[in-house]
Design a protein around this ligand. Sequence first.
Ligand SMILES: [Fe+2]
Ligand SMILES: [Fe+2]
Length: 330
Amino acid sequence: MNMSRDYIEKQYRYMKNGSSVEDYMLKFHMNSNELYGLLELCRIYGKNIDIVNQNGTLIFEKPLIRNLDPKKPSLNPKDLIHTEICVVSDTHFGNIHQQLHLLNRIYREAYNRGIKTVLHVGDVVDGNYLNRPEQPRQQFLHGFDEQVGYVVDMYPKVRGITTKYILGSHDETHYKNGQATVNTWLSRCRKDMVFLGQDCAGIDINGIKLFMDHPGGGSAQSLSYKPQKRIEILESQYKPKILLIGHYHKSYYFVYRNVHSILVPSFCDKTQFQQKQGLSNVVGAYFLDIYSNNKGNIEYFCPEEIVFKPNDMWEEAGKDQNKVKKLVIR
Ligand SMILES: [Fe+2]
Ligand SMILES: [Fe+2]
């Protein structure tokens, strides 16, 4: 068994409070001796966990210690609704710099954590800009059929996970060029992918209001400037608790006007266009761990940022499209 601290912390996260011990052992191919060894290591690292008998089923029990607001000492985590979401964006399928193998890693991690919803904040495909004649050279898939067919065939398909997505500026080029919509074919061919809107959409998860936004235009010098402007134009009745912004290929979290706002990174390494424009590019994703009350107000919010390093990337052009296998977990 791997004894590193990272491994122990990961497995501790996968042992969900109240979940079945048997299901966990089946999922991770673990026998009871290995499990008891693991629980002992968790305790050595200060992560308390017990196994208790609940109506004849063995379940994990963890102490629920959370950074709840100290001004509200009456808050009890057991009265709150726990929500975990994974957020991805800007996969740009068809671009030679796409990083599908890293998206697969994120989906496998989401599966291991028992996450049911992955949100995708737009630019699913790389599109075709008629005013960028250099673009086809940066693509291994050209045109609507090739790019959308690739998403249908290759987008991770994981038991229990639904991907809810909006479409962004690159996806929309297909509509501008010939009124072809990516969502029409994804809805017909992938029941695990749910279309929410072009450019933006509001969504309610466990009573929490989220807003997904894929703006147009270039980046600002300050990471928070454009998201702040987006929040300022929202009427108060539409103001979400969480704002997720794609398009910029950056990673940033801040709270503004009581909205938890996240710039969601991409799954495409730096392109020739970004290089020319002097734009930086971040590849990664977010896992959100949220506790909310029955009115949809957030009492605890922990955004876990995953940023991939240059050596995680399959830098060599062509490697991802040739070597990556579709992730399917049945
Ligand atoms: Fe993008
Ligand atoms: Fe975009």
